[in-house]
Design a protein around this ligand. Structure first.
Ligand code: SF4
Length: 363
């Protein structure tokens, strides 16, 4: 019988699995699930043989039914700025990348997680899109959360004081096109007996896909079900230009998304992060004027991101002078604007550069 992967289940699903399959008493299922979560996500056990609070019979049952299998790290690259990029091999031999971005002290990290192999959204500034314009497959919940576990193992991050302090779901793929699996991974990240990350330590990104989920707009659904920071990859405030950069804009316009993003804020009380890659062409006065109109409608903060021209040579990075001017215009209108330098450029780990060439090229 095929074993159930532990990392693919959230707490409630594990409870139900233990009752239905391991015949754990209904009254004890919550306690057993807590013990298992603690052992795996806090004590980092590698095998159920290490369980100390389970009798032999139940331990053997769990061993027969559940696996702790994770992807394998097959390559590690380190940037001179301290960024670490992992190439992971999945069970079906496909690959994805995960990046650890250090803070200034190099003692704390943000992890950038991938959610799929390939992506069909074809954003012009993104390396994944330049290599393959198709989605090869979505990652399972376990393949998403394993990226954190494997990275924690690598930097020995199992003490109570976390070294990986923040998670951003901004690697390969679009989280809103893999919402069920992303939700399970985030559930387990937030669970107190799981990885125990606070809601403000996690950011999920969206290019702005206005699909329905359980009969409501997916963005509204995510406000309730994910309840973490939302980053909106806007990158241009002028519809025609945005459609050139991000073809998805043709389908889901800025105006269509604005009310949904407002609802996200109203439900979570977390401002939306507007992501803006700094190109020569989107730092104009007209862009700033239109962006301010959007920021007046959606409670938000602007994140300006340095563009790495390796992602697509067609575009040129904005000059620092233009970035500063653009940022000042936004700030002078009462909004927050932050500029983020690109990290890990020498190992193609910076924003928009993730693309497992090896895996995607073969598809
Ligand atoms: S930026 Fe994200 S959504 Fe756009 S093509 Fe790249 S991986 Fe897909």
């Amino acid at each position: 019988m095929k074993k159930q992967n532990f990392y693919d289940l959230n707490f409630e699903q594990l409870k139900a699995f233990l009752i239905d399959n391991a015949k754990v008493d209904r009254k004890k299922a919550k306690m057993r699930s807590q013990q298992l979560f603690n052992a795996v996500y806090k004590k980092n056990i590698k095998s159920f043989d290490e369980l100390t609070t389970f009798g032999v019979e139940l331990k053997n049952k769990i061993k027969d039914l559940i696996s702790l299998e994770k992807p394998k790290i097959v390559d590690i690259q380190k940037s001179k700025d301290g960024t670490i990029k992992f190439l992971l091999e999945l069970k079906d031999k496909r690959n994805v990348e995960t990046v650890l971005i250090p803070d200034k002290t190099h003692s704390r990290y943000t992890i950038c997680l991938s959610v799929s192999v390939g992506c069909y959204l074809s954003c012009e500034f993104c390396a994944t899109a330049q290599i393959s314009k198709k989605l090869v497959r979505n990652l399972s919940p376990g393949e998403i959360i394993s990226q954190i576990i494997l990275s924690k193992d690598y930097i020995n991050d199992w003490s109570t004081q976390k070294k990986i302090t923040n998670q951003v779901l901004m690697g390969e793929g679009s989280p809103f096109l893999n919402l069920d699996n992303v939700k399970i991974a985030i559930d387990n990240s937030k669970n107190k007996d799981g990885l125990d990350y606070g809601r403000t330590r996690i950011t999920v990104s969206t290019v702005g896909v206005s699909i329905k989920k359980d009969s409501i707009d997916a963005i509204e659904w995510a406000a309730k079900e994910l309840d973490v920071y939302l980053a909106w990859s806007l990158h241009s405030s002028i519809p025609k230009h945005r459609s050139e950069l991000m073809p998805i804009n043709e389908k889901y316009s800025i105006n269509l998304l604005i009310p949904q993003l407002k609802k996200y804020y109203e439900k979570t009380k977390l401002p939306i992060f507007i992501e803006w890659i700094c190109l020569e062409e989107n730092m104009t006065n007209e862009h700033a004027k239109e962006l301010i109109k959007i920021m007046k409608k959606v409670p938000s903060k602007l994140n300006l991101i340095e563009f790495n021209p390796l992602a697509n040579k067609k575009y040129k990075p904005a000059s620092q002078e233009n970035i500063d001017k653009f940022s000042k215009t936004i700030q002078d209108n009462g909004f927050l604007s932050l500029f983020r330098r690109s990290r890990g450029r020498d190992i193609n780990a910076s924003c928009g550069s993730l693309a497992n060439k090896k895996a995607i090229a073969n598809e």
